[in-house]
Design a protein around this ligand. Structure first.
Ligand SMILES: Nc1ncnc2c1ncn2[C@@H]1O[C@H](COP(=O)(O)OP(=O)(O)OP(=O)(O)O)[C@@H](O)[C@H]1O
Ligand SMILES: [Mg+2]
Length: 261
């Protein structure tokens, strides 16, 4: 085989085909086809209300399946019972929009939550795993702090520690840059790339912040009208002549503000 020979196609970590979702009369997902490969950082873009959050919620089976297929590591999610979903859900961690921390729990309790839910009760093990996760997100020794006493950027890092504590293969980030100043957004980007490069994590990042996208994305997926409209590299996006893509770039001022139709 010559050096230039294409490598054999690898099977995707996440494979989505023909995914549809309605909420009443609202047809949000209209046949999404998407593959996510191991070890890549994919940024998911599109207009506000376009179905990005709904799509990633299907990857962790947080919404009832209607039509179509979602496979994680070759396992079809749509027909699984709650019990059978549990080991599959561990493969995909979720950092929710706005962090979604429990205000009445301290940092350690928030971060440990997925482990406690999965039945781990040994305090030494929980402490060790919490410490490990907080070190990865560069937030050591904050175990006893309450969410109300954390800055916006720190809250996001706690949410990230909670998303990775059960050692997922993939993390979905729902608008990790929203509400952050550019310097704090940079810190989150560095963590996302560190998880990819040092811990082998596959990243799916929903964001409106093009500045971050061009810094972290290996691949960009652009959703429109409930489908994947366009996908490509940062360079391909920057040089695209597709009017929807050029309008998106022109309308995005790079500070994370929402872009609407
Ligand atoms: N549980 C739900 N019940 C009813 N409608 C919903 C529900 N979840 C989402 N929707 C609707 O589905 C559409 C897509 O929502 P979604 O949150 O996926 O958009 P988004 O692309 O993530 O937008 P944004 O960029 O503003 O976060 C919206 O119109 C939203 O109101
Ligand atoms: Mg959303």
């Amino acid at each position: 085989m010559s050096d230039n020979a294409p490598s054999p196609p690898e099977s995707p970590l996440i494979r989505i085909r023909g995914l549809h979702k309605h909420f009443g009369d609202l047809h949000v997902l209209r046949g999404v086809d998407l593959d996510i490969y191991r070890g890549e950082t994919v940024c998911l873009l599109g207009s506000s209300g376009g179905g990005k959050t709904v799509l990633v919620k299907h990857m962790v089976a947080l919404l009832e399946f209607e039509e179509g297929s979602v496979q994680i590591d070759g396992v079809e999610l749509s027909n699984l019972s709650e019990r059978a979903l549990s080991p599959i859900r561990k493969k995909v961690g979720m950092m929710f929009q706005n962090g979604a921390l429990f205000d009445s729990m301290n940092v350690a309790q928030n971060v440990a939550f997925p482990l406690v839910e999965s039945g781990i009760t040994d305090d030494t093990e929980l402490d060790r795993r919490v410490r490990e996760a907080l070190e990865i997100v560069r937030l050591p020794e904050q175990e006893n702090t309450m969410p109300a006493d954390l800055s916006g950027g720190m809250k996001k890092r706690v949410a990230l520690a909670r998303a990775i504590i059960d050692r997922p293969d993939c993390v979905c980030y729902d608008e990790p840059h929203a509400g952050l100043d550019p310097v704090t957004a940079d810190t989150i980007d560095k963590l996302i790339k560190c998880l990819q490069n040092d811990h082998g994590i596959t990243n799916i990042v929903i964001t409106h912040d093009l500045r971050s996208v061009f810094r972290i994305a290996d691949r960009i997926v652009f959703m429109k009208d409930g489908k994947v409209y366009w996908q490509g590299t940062c360079k391909e996006m920057q040089t695209s002549t597709d009017p929807v893509i050029t309008q998106f770039i022109a309308g995005n001022d790079g500070n994370g503000d929402h872009w609407n139709d």
